[in-house]
Design a protein around this ligand. Structure first.
Ligand SMILES: Cc1cc2nc3c(=O)[nH]c(=O)nc-3n(C[C@H](O)[C@H](O)[C@H](O)COP(=O)(O)OP(=O)(O)OC[C@H]3O[C@@H](n4cnc5c(N)ncnc54)[C@H](O)[C@@H]3O)c2cc1C
Length: 475
C-alpha cells in the first residue's frame, strides 16, 4: 500500500523545508521530496539557498571582504601587514564546510520533527482515494499519497540561448561559487543582485571584472538615490567596470578563455576574459512536475499560478517560494512555507509581500523595504523624505567605514513610513528595524521618538526619521 501523508512537500529549499517543519510542528504527518545531490553525489537538503545560493555566496563574500580589508583597510587603524596571501582552496573548503553544516542541520531538524525525507524526483501522477498521488523516482520508484501537497520546487539559473554553460569556463552561480583559482579577467553578464555579489567576490580576490548589463539604468529596482551612490562606490572607488545598455551577441569559448561580442551605443565591442559568469535571472522549476497530469495551472513564464495565500487552482495544492510570483528571496519563501502549513492545519495565516526586506550583499550592502521614491512619484503618493549619512556617525567613523546613508520616506499627511532605503556595510542588519516599524504601520515620528543606543549605526535610522520632519539633531 502507498505511504500516506497529511502533507507532502516537493522541494527542500528554504520554502519547502521550513514549510515541512511548520507542518510537522502542527501535528501533520509530513514528507518532503528532494532530488538534490551535492558535488560528492550524496543526497542533500536545503535547495539552491543552502547549496549554491545565499549561504555559500555569503561565505565567499565574507572571506573576500576580509582579504581586501586586510590589504587596504587596516593601514588607517595604524596596523601594518605584509606578506598577505590568499589560499583559494582553503577559502572554498571553508565555504563547503559551512554548506555541509547547514544542510546536515536540516537533516537533523527533519529527524527531530519526524519528517520523512523521500529521496528522488517528485511528480504528480493523479488523485486517489487518499488524496494527491506523487511519484518519487530516484532509487526504487514509489507513489505516495497526500491530503495536501506543497510545491516548493524553486528556480534555476536562466541561461542565454546559444551560450552553453559548462561550469568551468562559462558558469552560472553553481560554477562561480567553486572556482579553484582567481581568474585574471572575469566577465559577468547581468548586473543584478547575483552578478554584483559574485563579481564583488572575485574582484576583491584580484580579478579584473567587467560586468555587462542589458538595461540602460543601474539597479532599477532600488531607490534611485541608493542606486546612484552604489554606482559611484562600485565604479569610481572599487574599480568595477560596469557597462550598461549592452546587447550580447556571440559568446565563443576559445583556447584562452571566452570572447563575448556585444553592442553598446550602436558600436560593436568585444570582451575577452578567462571566465564568464552568466547571471541573467532565474526561471521557475516546473519541468517534470507532472503539472499537466493533474491540471495544475502554470503561467506562460513557468510560474505556478497562486492567490495571496499560495493556493493553486487545485484543492489542497499550494505552491510557495521561487516557483511562484513575488521576489525570489529565501525569506519570502520561508514565510510562505509557514503560512501554507498553518492554512493546511486549519489556522488563519498570511504573508505581507509589502514588507519583505531586500538585501544586496555587496560592500557596502544595500537594503530596503517598502516603496522607492520613484514608485511614490509614479503612484502620485504625497511623501516627505528624511535622509542622514553615516559619514558623521561616531560608530561608523570608529569602524572606519562611513559609506552611505539611511533614507526614509513617509506619507506627507499621515506620516506612515512608506519605504526605508539603506546603503551601508551593515544594511542587512539595520533594515530589520524598518521592517518591524512598517509591519506595525509606524509613523516616522515613532522611530524618531524611540531611544537608539549610542554609539550605534542605528542612530542613523533615528536621525533619518527625525529628518523627515526637518529636525535631525546631529546635522
Ligand atoms: C548565488 C545566489 C545567491 C543568493 N543569495 C540570496 C540571499 O542572500 N538572500 C536571499 O533571500 N535569497 C538569495 N538567493 C535566492 C534564494 O536562493 C532563493 O530565493 C531560494 O533558494 C528559493 O527557495 P525555494 O525553496 O523556493 O527554492 P530552492 O532553494 O531553489 O529549492 C528548491 C528545491 O526543490 C528541489 N526540486 C525541484 N524540483 C523537484 C522535484 N520535482 N522533485 C524533487 N525535488 C525537486 C530542488 O532540487 C531544490 O533543492 C540567492 C540565489 C543565488 C543563486
Amino acid at each position: 500500500m502507498a505511504q500516506a501523508f497529511d502533507v507532502v512537500v516537493i522541494g527542500s529549499g528554504p520554502a519547502g523545508y521550513i514549510g515541512a517543519i511548520r507542518a510537522a510542528q502542527l501535528g501533520l504527518r509530513t514528507a518532503c521530496v528532494e532530488e538534490w545531490a551535492n558535488p560528492a553525489g550524496e543526497p542533500a537538503l536545503g535547495g539552491t539557498c543552502l547549496n549554491v545560493g545565499c549561504i555559500p555566496s555569503k561565505a565567499l563574500l565574507e572571506s573576500s571582504e576580509q582579504y581586501e580589508h586586510t590589504l587596504t583597510g587596516l593601514a588607517g587603524h595604524g596596523i601594518a601587514v605584509s606578506g598577505v596571501t590568499v589560499d583559494i582552496g582553503k577559502m572554498i573548503a571553508r565555504k563547503e564546510a559551512i554548506v555541509s553544516k547547514m544542510t546536515k542541520g536540516i537533516e537533523t531538524l527533519f529527524r527531530k520533527n519526524k519528517i520523512t525525507w523521500l529521496k528522488g524526483h517528485g511528480r504528480f501522477v493523479g488523485r486517489g482515494a487518499g488524496g494527491w498521488q506523487v511519484e518519487v523516482s530516484g532509487g526504487a520508484a514509489e507513489v505516495v499519497e497526500a491530503k495536501a501537497v506543497v510545491v516548493a520546487t524553486g528556480s534555476k539559473a536562466r541561461h542565454l540561448p546559444g551560450v552553453p554553460v559548462d561550469q568551468k569556463v562559462v558558469c552560472d552561480n553553481v560554477g562561480a561559487l567553486a572556482f579553484t583559482e582567481v581568474p585574471a579577467r572575469l566577465g559577468v553578464i547581468g548586473a543584478g543582485v547575483i552578478g554584483l555579489e559574485l563579481g564583488s567576490v572575485w574582484r576583491r580576490l584580484g580579478s579584473k571584472v567587467v560586468v555587462l548589463e542589458a538595461l540602460p539604468g543601474f539597479l532599477a529596482a532600488a531607490d534611485e538615490s541608493v542606486a546612484k551612490e552604489a554606482w559611484r562606490i562600485f565604479t569610481k572607488e572599487q574599480g568595477l567596470d560596469i557597462r550598461l545598455g549592452v546587447t550580447i551577441g556571440k559568446v565563443e569559448v576559445t583556447k584562452k578563455g571566452v570572447v563575448v561580442a556585444y553592442q553598446q551605443d550602436g558600436k560593436d565591442e568585444r570582451l575577452e576574459c578567462d571566465r564568464l559568469i552568466v547571471s541573467v535571472g532565474r526561471i521557475p522549476n516546473t519541468d517534470g512536475l507532472g503539472a499537466d497530469a493533474v491540471g495544475l495551472k502554470v503561467d506562460a513564464r513557468g510560474f505556478i499560478e497562486v492567490d495571496d495565500q499560495c493556493r493553486t487552482n487545485l484543492a489542497n495544492v499550494f505552491a510557495i517560494g521561487d516557483v511562484v510570483r513575488g521576489p525570489m528571496l529565501a525569506h519570502k519563501g520561508e514565510e510562505e512555507g509557514v503560512m501554507v502549513a498553518e492554512l493546511i492545519a486549519g489556522q488563519k495565516a498570511h504573508v505581507n509581500l509589502e514588507t519583505i526586506p531586500w538585501v544586496i550583499y555587496t560592500s557596502p550592502e544595500i537594503a530596503w523595504v517598502g516603496r522607492t521614491e520613484q514608485q511614490l512619484k509614479a503612484d502620485d503618493v504625497p511623501y516627505r523624505v528624511g535622509q542622514f549619512p553615516f559619514s558623521i556617525n561616531g560608530r561608523a567613523l570608529g569602524h572606519g567605514d562611513t559609506h552611505g546613508f539611511v533614507k526614509m520616506l513617509a506619507h506627507s499627511h499621515t506620516d506612515e513610513i512608506l519605504g526605508v532605503h539603506i546603503i551601508n556595510t551593515h544594511a542587512s542588519e539595520l533594515i530589520a528595524e524598518a521592517v518591524v516599524a512598517m509591519e506595525f504601520r509606524a509613523a516616522s515620528e515613532d522611530i524618531a521618538r524611540i531611544v537608539h543606543a549610542h554609539p550605534s549605526l542605528s542612530e542613523v535610522t533615528h536621525e533619518a526619521a527625525l529628518a523627515v520632519s526637518k529636525r535631525a539633531l546631529n546635522m
